[in-house]
Design a protein around this ligand. Structure first.
Ligand code: FAD
Length: 474
């Protein structure tokens, strides 16, 4: 049902002209998700400028049973920020850094702050905010919190959840919860912030956050490694972790196919080696010790790995420019994959010890169904998070390949679960994986989630149909 003139007028009076958009041509760019898989619709795009405005908008929508879809930078991969009616609540005007307390090593921010701006503000204060992902120039911290984003430094610093001390949240009934406490210890009953982190906008709208900052790394080294198999790279990972402990900040893997398409499609990239290898890893170590020489430490640590047959080749970046070039090979891969025709993508996690088995067996099963499928299983090996992406065979029609969507999902997700993993690692559920939620998290777990949803949002106005299937009317 379209929104009535009365309700549109109330929303307009809350957010004013700048925050109120009903012209469909102006709304259209906000309705498509980054992978172009989901296309939405809504009656109004509402952009509040303060937490109070967010709360008032929710109160008005709750009174009239109007669905509200919170939206950050719209870089999510699961269609979570794509509306199917009602209003789209875009947080981009809520974008102030509220306070940096350098002594407490914390930063308080509005939820609509772009991740990169938070990193910069921390840097200017002589500190470091470690959350880092390729979308950091456009994703917002509210979106990172709502999806509990991971990225490349989880190995050392944890997911967004581990970086968060306090939250401010507008509840569906229009109340504003101020949990903006900058405390590392606060055992006062249930830790409510954790309910909203990772809830993908289904329980309330995050309007502010207090985030932990860390000491700035003073020295840093990057290596690009060539190996025969994921099993060999797992050995390399384990040995580097033993040697460097928490100074090992990233360990990312990619197959030859991933490197090839990065080089083919992205200008300014080149193969770091003269010989091709089946598998590669990008490794980062960093320290805040002032007297270190990580570049030579890393070179020394890699030598014995050749003798033991785990490594075939390695290059250690000599400066930041070279390090960025090596990282670009990994970071550009998703973009490059878009230019290789149809692809079916997955974001799973498995215990690190099971990665090789998972990749090998799953690849084999996919190949049995569509021979010559080009498998691009890459990602955050250090966190057990594999993006098991499959590109169509070159000779196959895109539409015929994409017809295997459900079969491939079943294989990949069931294999992940079989080895003790999860069908959703860091991207969340959105509207993409609600079936899998029923399948793999049914029973007690889903019952508890439904009970929470019912408690916080009895009218089911918050992002209905996302994460768990609609709670109202079944
Ligand atoms: P959106 O896409 O706008 O929203 C995501 C979900 O959060 C939606 O359900 C939305 O309703 C909800 N939401 C947004 N803001 C709020 C709020 N203030 N309150 C309540 N709910 C809200 N993700 C990773 O985890 N790791 C990666 O390494 C990674 N790399 C990426 C690389 C690229 C190139 C791209 C395009 C995406 C990548 N992503 C990655 C996915 C995406 O960037 C993250 O999920 C990010 O956290 C989403 O933030 P956003 O602001 O764009 O949120």
């Amino acid at each position: 049902m379209p929104l009535s003139a009365n309700i549109l007028q109330s929303l307009h009076s809350i957010v004013g002209d700048t925050g109120f958009v009903t012209k469909q041509s102006e709304i259209a760019p906000f309705l498509v998700e980054s992978r172009n898989k989901f296309h939405g619709k809504c009656d109004a795009l509402i952009k509040p400028a303060t937490p109070q405005e967010v709360a008032e908008v929710l109160a008005a929508c709750n009174d009239h049973d109007i669905p509200v879809v919170p939206q950050g930078g719209n870089t999510g991969h699961c269609g979570g920020a794509v509306p199917n009616g009602g209003i789209l609540l875009n947080l981009s005007r809520l974008n102030h850094i509220r306070e940096i307390d350098a002594l407490n090593a914390t930063i308080s921010v509005d939820a609509g702050c772009i991740l990169h701006n938070i990193q910069t503000a921390a840097d200017q204060a002589g500190l470091y905010f470690p959350l880092s992902l390729a979308a950091q120039g456009s994703c917002q911290i509210g979106g990172n919190l709502a999806t509990n984003a991971g990225g490349i430094h989880v190995l050392r610093y944890g997911n967004t959840r581990e970086l968060t001390l306090g939250l401010e949240v507008a509840l569906p009934d229009g109340r504003l919860w101020n949990g903006m406490r900058a405390l590392r210890k606060d055992n006062t009953g249930y830790d409510l912030k954790h309910l909203f982190i990772g809830s993908e906008g289904t329980l309330g709208v995050i309007t502010g956050a207090v985030l932990k900052l860390s000491a700035k790394p003073k020295d840093h080294a990057t290596a690009f490694l060539g190996a025969l198999s994921p099993a060999d790279l797992m050995e390399v990972f384990a040995l580097l972790r033993e040697q460097f402990g928490e100074e090992l900040t990233a360990f990312e893997i990619m197959p030859r196919f991933g490197l090839e398409i990065s080089i083919k499609h992205m200008t300014g990239t080149r193969d770091p080696f003269h010989t091709p290898y089946h598998w590669y890893a990008v490794v980062d170590i960093a320290t805040s010790r002032p007297d270190s020489d990580l570049q030579s430490d890393l070179e020394d640590a890699l030598h014995p790995l050749f003798d033991r047959g785990f490594l075939q080749n390695a290059t250690v970046a000599q400066d930041m420019e070279q390090a960025n070039q090596l990282w670009a090979l990994r970071e550009n891969m998703s973009e490059a994959q878009k230019r290789e025709g149809g692809s079916i993508k997955h974001d799973v996690s498995v215990p690190v010890s099971k990665i090789a088995e998972f990749i090998e067996e799953t690849s084999h099963m996919i190949g049995n169904i569509v021979p010559n499928s080009r498998i691009c299983a890459f990602g955050h090996m250090g966190d057990g998070n594999i993006h098991f992406n499959i590109s169509q065979p070159e000779e196959m029609k895109k539409v015929s390949f994409l017809a295997h969507w459900n079969d491939f999902n079943e294989i990949v997700h069931e294999m992940a679960e079989k080895v003790g993993g999860s069908f959703s690692a860091e991207h969340g559920i959105g509207q993409l994986k609600t079936e899998e939620m029923e399948l793999f998290r049914g029973g007690v777990e889903l019952d508890m989630m439904r009970a929470l949803k019912q408690t916080f949002d009895p009218n089911n106005i918050m992002n209905p149909g996302k994460v768990i299937k609609d709670t109202k009317g079944g």
